[in-house]
Design a protein around this ligand. Structure first.
Ligand code: SF4
Ligand SMILES: [Zn+2]
Length: 327
């Protein structure tokens, strides 16, 4: 469900999530908020979803979305909740603390994952979230999810413009874990200005660097979202989203089981190969993500298709961008 109506979230749906070796129903929410305070990442179209109002009207807007969610999804049908905004749920300017605490309290007893930039992962914020979710009868399951994108500070700065460092992520991870919360890291495969091969190597290296500091790693193959710098590059043929072959290769070489839902897979704006093998490979990646069965990746890499030769040519022949190091 995707909605433009103010009293409804941008999107809300139930699907499956792997949790301790079983697949459980999971509610994903994308709430309208005050919008991301950073608002600069080159591939991000979500940052355009923002509500321009004072704190009181922002609180009322988020409350109305929460009401809609509790009527539409009463709670018995899911065990995991993932809450995204168009930025950081833990940013008090984007989501006033009072209403953030109401959001968390409404999912008390569930396993809750909230997306945030690392600078908002403070001792107080994490402690409050843990308190809000606590039923008093069992451990609290709360995680912060951080869009780290890559462990390479140069790539994050030049190719994403993310505005924080790997060190900032590590500090947030320590803070979250100290308070008993989990950490999920999102990595981005193939931001602009990287070759297909460089992007694969970046994912493999990032998984290696991140795994000691995160309980779960999720890979987002880059998509071309509307109103972004990536879209501008794509329109001038200066950017192509990753091949699905590259996504599968990166997942298979990663030292850890990394989950991946290739959003927009098989479309020109999403990770894609040729038209004929996309569907099977996207389904295969989703099956692997739910099962954690890495042998599926080997089987997918062995699939035969005429586009494989093209992909291998790209891996061998594409040359890096020559970006000036200084302004
Ligand atoms: S990716 Fe996250 S931090 Fe970057 S602009 Fe989008 S919402 Fe903000
Ligand atoms: Zn193909």
């Amino acid at each position: 469900m995707v909605s433009c109506r103010p009293e409804r979230p941008v999107a809300a749906w139930i699907d499956g999530e792997r949790l301790e070796n079983e697949v459980v129903p999971s509610l994903t929410l994308i709430l309208k908020s005050g919008g991301c305070g950073w608002n600069r990442c080159l591939m991000c179209g979500y940052r355009h979803f923002r509500y321009l109002g004072d704190a009181a009207s922002l609180t009322a807007l988020i409350r109305s979305q929460l009401r809609w969610v509790s009527e539409r999804f009463p709670g018995q049908e899911y065990r995991v909740v993932k809450v995204f905004t168009s930025g950081s749920l833990l940013d008090p300017r984007e989501v006033p603390v009072e209403v953030r605490r109401e959001i968390l309290s409404s999912f008390r007893g569930k396993r809750v994952i909230v997306e945030t930039r690392p600078e908002f992962v403070t001792d107080d914020a994490v402690r409050e979230c843990m308190e809000d979710l606590d039923t008093g009868s069992g451990p609290v399951s709360f995680s912060v999810a951080i869009g780290l994108e890559t462990s390479d500070d140069g790539i994050r700065e030049k190719c994403v413009d993310k505005g924080f460092s790997f060190g900032d992520f590590l500090a947030a991870s320590r803070t979250a874990r100290r308070a008993g919360a989990g950490v999920k890291a999102y990595l981005l495969q193939k931001p602009p200005y990287l070759t297909e091969r460089e992007a694969i190597e970046d994912v493999i290296r990032s998984v290696h660097d991140v795994r000691p500091h995160a309980d779960a790693i999720s890979l987002n193959p880059c998509t071309v979202q509307k109103g972004t710098e990536v879209e501008r590059l794509w329109r001038t043929r200066a950017y192509r989203p990753p091949y699905l072959w590259s996504v599968i290769l990166a997942l298979s070489k990663a030292e850890e089981t990394v989950i991946c839902d290739p959003v927009g897979g098989g479309t020109p704006r999403g990770p894609h190969n040729c038209a004929s093998c996309d569907c099977d490979l996207v389904r295969g990646i989703k099956d692997y993500s739910l099962s954690g069965d890495r042998s599926l990746l080997e089987a997918l890499l062995a699939v035969d298709c005429r586009c494989k030769e093209e992909w291998e040519f790209v891996l061998g022949e594409e040359r890096p961008w020559c970006m000036p190091l200084t302004g």
